[in-house]
Design a protein around this ligand. Structure first.
Ligand SMILES: NC(=O)c1ccc[n+]([C@@H]2O[C@H](COP(=O)([O-])OP(=O)(O)OC[C@H]3O[C@@H](n4cnc5c(N)ncnc54)[C@H](O)[C@@H]3O)[C@@H](O)[C@H]2O)c1
Ligand SMILES: O=P(O)(O)OC[C@@H](O)[C@@H](O)[C@H](O)[C@H](O)CO
Length: 472
């Protein structure tokens, strides 16, 4: 594809050493800025160039290819914007390009495979296992069995469909080519995302070829990471603002907040960018960091996403400015802090940051975006807190229970249209009474808590309160 002269590089592109799946807004605002900053002091040939593949639609690849992978990151603070061009993305491809995917992942020089494919992209059941009943997963099993049987290293075969399928296909090609060990890094909002990936990829490998599964266990390190940077979907107004400020039409800018955080845990057997030089932290125990992020920021987002729209709010900042929602949010945060094993000052600092970040009205983070796929998000944002409170012998958190009630109402109002994982539940909710609604919701999201009478009563009570409000 012809690259517009406005986007020509000033220096040669670095070699590909990271392959990334999921070229969404977040990867562009987070992984790629950390990688660029990590490489800043190195000559081009020693840098870690990133090859990006789209997860589903080819659109982001087409937009970015026209700019040689370069794009503008707008850091939008409460008082103004700063803009920078990111150069770390050196190749962009449609994820359906199986041949290029296999070829890059076969190279010994590629040391990292990273992913941002959304929570739903892991294709897990409610127990965290790979959903082997999923039709796309079944198709991937058949494709991968054929490829293993053919001994096809790169080939012209079509790409796998699912993210676990693509990861396994790339690793299969790497093994066939003798490409050596590799680190696979998760950057989605899931606790222990590296382990979640390991599980679905290994379960898929078991279904495809046991030898391949054994090779993975020895040669592939799955790295978990907690990632944080609020990055809404880019709007036409964002693109217009970038063109006005830079004089250059950008088809793929991202708008993000100034704040960013990355904490990783795991091994990198084939090296990695010096992300620590850019502020990332490497720790032995990631759990407290990811719980802090998921139980405070992400759970808070979900609360606002389901409770905000019925009160007229469309964005995080609008919902955060509503005193009633703000009270509920502070209560939700107290319930989570009760079971977060961090020192009080660290929690206070995180909450102070969150209050500032949620209040940033210049970041237009739409609640409808956050509300999608609640069936995948609420288990790790809200139900894990309920579990932790139960294990600690603490009373059920009413603010957490109320999020589940609001979600049930959101599904009844058509929310399952953007949450395929909740379609069955939404069909069963119908006109169920509060007790039946609570039982259905808790059973769908956390079967292990289905006998928790206190939780069921709290959710039913919150549903009844909402019914009373709408019928009064
Ligand atoms: N946006 C944020 O503020 C933010 C912050 C922290 C973490 N994250 C994580 O990053 C993920 C992506 O966020 P985003 O803002 O880039 O979203 P986005 O909608 O811009 O991009 C989503 C990406 O995931 C891919 N994808 C979607 N569904 C998929 C599927 N079923 N299989 C494979 N790939 C799939 C898409 O192709 C796209 O590349 C989030 O779901 C979250 O887990 C986002
Ligand atoms: O990106 P999602 O869809 O997993 O969730 C929406 C938000 O809660 C989330 O993106 C946050 O903005 C993000 O996790 C901040 O780091």
């Amino acid at each position: 594809m012809d690259v517009s002269p406005a986007w020509h590089r000033d220096a040669p592109a670095p070699p590909v050493r990271v392959v990334h799946l999921g070229l969404g807004a977040f990867a562009r605002a987070h992984l790629l800025t950390y990688t660029q900053d990590a490489d800043a002091q190195l000559p081009p040939e020693q840098r870690w160039g990133v090859a990006g593949f789209t997860g589903r639609s080819p659109r982001a690849a087409a937009d970015l290819a026209a700019q040689d992978g370069r794009y503008t990151v707008v850091e939008r603070g409460p008082d103004g914007d700063t803009m920078r061009v990111v150069d770390a993305l050196v190749e962009v491809h449609d994820g359906a390009d199986g041949a290029r995917w296999r070829s890059l992942l076969s190279r010994p020089a590629v040391g990292v495979l990273s992913l941002t494919v959304t929570e739903a992209g892991y294709r897990r059941t409610s127990t965290g296992a790979l959903d082997l009943e999923d039709a796309d997963v079944r198709d991937d099993v058949a494709l991968l069995r054929r490829l293993v049987a053919d001994g096809d290293g790169h080939g012209t075969a079509p790409a796998a469909t699912t993210a676990p399928g693509r990861v396994l296909d790339g690793l299969r090609a790497r093994r066939a080519a003798g490409g050596g060990p590799l680190a696979v890094v998760g950057l989605d909002n899931l606790p222990d995302n590296g382990d979640a990936l390991r599980r679905v990829v290994l379960e898929l490998a078991d279904a495809v070829d046991r030898d391949l599964a054994r090779w993975l266990q020895v040669h592939v390190a799955f790295v978990s990471s907690m990632v944080d940077r609020i990055t809404p979907a880019t709007t036409p107004a964002d693109r217009a603002a970038v063109e006005l400020a830079t004089g250059r039409a950008d088809r793929a800018p991202v708008v993000t907040e100034p704040f960013r955080e990355w904490v990783l845990s795991g091994r990198f057997p084939a090296g990695r960018p010096a992300w620590d030089a850019a502020g990332a932290r490497f720790v032995a125990d990631l759990a407290p960091y990811e719980h802090r992020k998921l139980w405070l920021l992400n759970a808070g987002h979900s609360l606002l996403a389901y409770a905000g729209p019925p009160r007229g709010a469309a964005t995080v900042a609008e919902a955060f400015a509503d005193p009633a929602l703000r009270d509920r949010l502070e209560e939700l945060w107290r319930e989570a802090c009760d079971v977060l094993p961090l020192i009080p000052t660290e929690l206070d600092d995180a909450l102070a940051d969150l209050r500032e970040r949620f209040a940033n009205a210049r970041i237009e983070h739409r609640l409808e975006q956050i509300a999608r796929d609640g069936s995948q998000k609420l288990p790790v944002r809200v139900l894990d807190v309920a579990r932790a409170r139960r294990a600690a012998g603490l009373p059920v958190g009413d603010a957490g229970a109320a999020v589940l009630a609001d979600w049930a109402l959101h599904l009844r109002a058509g929310g399952a249209a953007t949450d395929p994982g909740a379609a069955d539940l939404a069909a069963r909710l119908g006109a169920a009474d509060p007790e039946a609604t609570a039982a259905l919701v808790v059973h769908a999201l956390a079967p292990d808590l289905a006998d928790d009478t206190a939780l069921l009563a709290a959710v039913a009570g919150a549903v009844a309160d909402r019914h009373a409000l709408t019928s009064s």
